[in-house]
Design a protein. Structure first.
Length: 136
């Protein structure tokens, strides 16, 4: 129920902002968008979801081959994360849903956070190690 209320409030907010800030020139500019570029942008966005799912799949295979997540499941986890992160304050809803989905896959609640901790670790320390390598 809270998700429905959140979505309704978001739609009302977007509508109000749209009505107050857009004028005729904005509609003219939107109508000038070339369809082929819009389709390319949409396809690239979908590709980013698939790549995120692939990353989850590959990393899960390295951590524990018995519970490897396939590409479809990894993409589902990524999309669920994005959706819940988008509708919760400070994007806090994404991580728990990913952990829950991996737990249902057999990872267990103590092991599931490991997959996403590795991602965080790489985000923090990989740039530092690259700086050291590039200085040499």
């Amino acid at each position: 129920m809270s998700v429905v209320i959140s979505l309704i409030l978001s739609l009302i907010s977007i509508t109000i902002i749209f009505l107050l800030t857009f004028d005729k020139s904005a509609f003219d500019k939107v109508s000038e968008i070339q369809l082929n570029w819009l389709l390319i942008a949409i396809l690239l966005h979908i590709l980013s979801w698939v790549v995120w799912g692939l990353r989850i799949s590959v990393m899960s295979g390295y951590i524990d081959r018995r519970y490897r997540v396939n590409l479809r499941e990894g993409t589902s986890i990524a999309l669920s994360n994005l959706f819940l992160a988008a509708i919760t304050p400070s994007m806090a809803g994404g991580e728990p849903v990913r952990i829950r989905m991996l737990s249902k896959k057999g990872w267990g609640q103590e092991k599931a956070p490991l997959l996403f901790s590795v991602r965080g670790y790489l985000m923090v320390f990989r740039p530092q190690s690259l700086k050291r390598v590039l200085k040499k």
